[in-house]
Design a binder for this molecule. Structure first.
Ligand SMILES: O=C(O)COP(=O)(O)O
Ligand SMILES: [Mg+2]
Length: 217
């Protein structure tokens, strides 16, 4: 059966924290603030850029009035930063190609800003694999509101969502869509504490996992 499969991006297909931390630290350096470690920045990823900037400002006790300019500067850097192909988690490209060859429709549902998402997909050579790309600023609401996932799935009833975080688990639950949890991303909770249909730790296993699951959808 052919499915529509939506994928989260940061911490799911791409280990993007080094690029995100670079953008954050470049903007902070102009204020004489920071740098933040990649580990700290990783803890702020998953709810979109405005939430990340609020957490950066709180961490460094920056003046409230600086939050909007900081967001604007980080967004401008984020839209231009190069993502190396080596940032893809192992096996991602091959797994996506197999799923396309099997006739599934693929989409992106990420809280990363849309322009930065398009650049990241182009840099890593993934653009043509996806039929739809919904970014964090594509709609009036972000994940965990289910609207983004519904838009990414474009009304398809036979669908799956693949992601790495608490936000993704909540989004899938709110949308009523089966959720496959990639365990090697940026989650903070134990796997058993996240609502999910199945989990996987290697993209080499994903096509088979989806083939097994699709018979019960
Ligand atoms: O929080 C972000 O900006 C992006 O995170 P996501 O790709 O995991 O949704
Ligand atoms: Mg993620």
């Amino acid at each position: 059966m052919s499915l529509t499969i939506a994928f989260d991006l940061d911490g799911t297909l791409i280990d993007s924290v080094p690029q995100i931390a670079d953008c954050v630290n470049t903007a902070l350096a102009t204020r004489g603030a920071g740098p933040l470690t990649q580990r700290t920045v990783q803890g702020f990823v998953g709810k979109g850029l405005p939430a990340l900037v609020r957490q950066v400002a709180r961490e460094l006790r920056l003046p409230e009035a600086d939050t909007d300019p900081l967001h604007g500067e980080i967004l401008a850097l984020y839209t231009r930063v190069e993502t190396p192909a080596s940032a893809l988690y192992p096996g991602v490209r091959a797994a996506l190609a197999v799923l396309r060859d099997e006739g599934h429709s693929l989409a992106i549902c990420t809280n990363k800003p849309h322009a930065a998402t398009l650049k990241c997909l182009a840099d890593t050579g993934l653009t043509l694999l996806f039929d739809r790309v919904i970014g964090g600023d594509s709609l009036p609401t972000r994940k965990p509101d289910p609207a983004m996932l519904h838009a990414a799935l474009d009304g398809s009833g036979t669908a799956l969502y693949v992601g790495d975080s608490e936000t993704d688990a909540e989004t899938a639950e709110a949308a009523g869509i089966p959720f496959l949890l990639f365990t090697e991303g940026y989650r903070k909770s134990a796997v058993e504490d996240l609502s999910h249909t199945a989990s996987f730790s290697s993209f080499a296993d994903l096509p088979n996992l989806i083939a097994t699951r699709s018979s019960s959808l």
